[in-house]
Ligand binder design. Structure first.
Ligand SMILES: Nc1ncnc2c1ncn2[C@@H]1O[C@H](COP(=O)(O)OP(=O)(O)OP(=O)(O)O)[C@@H](O)[C@H]1O
Length: 279
């Protein structure tokens, strides 16, 4: 595939217009001899839903985990809320980490804890609050994600796939984050469940003013809730832009992805940022 890394199609914006919440420059990540990120650049702006796409095994989850500090980078810059992560003390790093929530693939709930206990886990780690207040907060988070109060005392194994995603989202929202990372939030859900989950993300993003970094394979999600899309190939972000801009991009991988059979069908049926008409 041709290296079109420099062909970012996003229109330049005045820097004062948008606050950059995540800024990644020249990021290199490797496992042994295998390079996964090869000088990757990415910006995520406050208040947007950024959809992050790429072929299987290209490194979408690795990038997310590197930004989160769960995978070591070999070199490059990662700035969070305007602060270089490498220059933060461990106390400052913990403070930054409390400003985000994460929904891992498949929810990653603790199977031996109830939903309520899962939601309270980040609260226990970060705050000294009474058990009663934590109970009230957990119930509020459940309501926020559309789960019934009866789900609080259930264990993950007793929940449907859609409920697990919602419970995991409630846990991600436990500390009232500004930024939320979602790793394939609609994978494993049926089309109706996936559409409802997209709608939930859009509503929360709007009402809570969240910034959302979403790794996804779901073209419907890209159409319905993403403000911008960034595409990963060969260890770099090869293009960023709105859905219209991605559709117009001539990069062969983007052409195949957005104009393949599924993409073409969706493009004919829907307008970007349109919650209606999911397949
Ligand atoms: N801990 C690890 N040790 C070694 N290699 C790893 C590790 N984690 C990921 N990789 C490798 O890094 C590459 C990128 O993996 P990653 O899971 O980020 O891909 P992805 O784009 O998220 O794929 P998918 O869409 O299939 O989930 C893969 O080749 C994977 O095997």
């Amino acid at each position: 595939m041709t290296d079109l890394a420099s062909q970012t199609i996003e229109k330049p914006q005045p820097s004062a217009a948008r606050e950059t919440v995540i800024r990644v420059r020249d990021l290199v990540v490797a496992f042994g001899q295998t390079l996964v990120m090869r000088g990757l650049d990415l910006d995520v702006y406050r208040g947007e839903v950024l959809g992050f796409v790429g072929g299987s095994g290209q490194g979408k989850s690795v990038l997310m985990r590197t930004i989160l500090g769960l995978v070591e980078k070999r070199s490059g810059l990662i700035e969070l809320f305007g602060q270089d992560r490498d220059r933060l003390s461990s106390a400052e790093r913990r403070r930054v980490e409390r400003r985000w929530g994460v929904l891992f693939q498949n929810g990653a709930l603790f199977s031996s804890l109830t939903v309520r206990q899962n939601i309270q886990m980040p609260m226990r780690e970060a705050r000294h609050i009474s058990a009663r207040l934590m109970d009230e907060l957990a119930m509020l988070k459940l309501e926020l994600v559309g789960l019934p109060a009866s789900a609080a005392d259930k264990f993950p194994a007793e929940l449907s796939g859609g409920m697990i995603k919602r419970a995991a989202l409630a846990r991600a929202l436990a500390l009232d984050p500004e930024l939320v990372f979602l790793d394939e939030p609609t994978s494993g859900l049926d089309p109706i469940g996936a559409a409802e989950f997209d709608e939930l993300i859009a509503t929360l993003q709007h009402t809570l003013g969240l910034t959302v970094f979403m790794v996804t394979h779901d073209l419907d999600s890209l159409y319905s809730i993403c403000d911008r899309i960034a595409a990963l190939a060969e260890g770099k972000v090869i293009a960023t832009g709105t859905m219209e801009e991605m559709l117009a991009c001539e990069h062969p991988w983007l052409q195949a992805y957005f104009h393949g059979v599924r993409g073409a069908r969706l493009a004919g049926a829907r307008k970007p940022n349109d919650m209606r008409g999911r397949e």
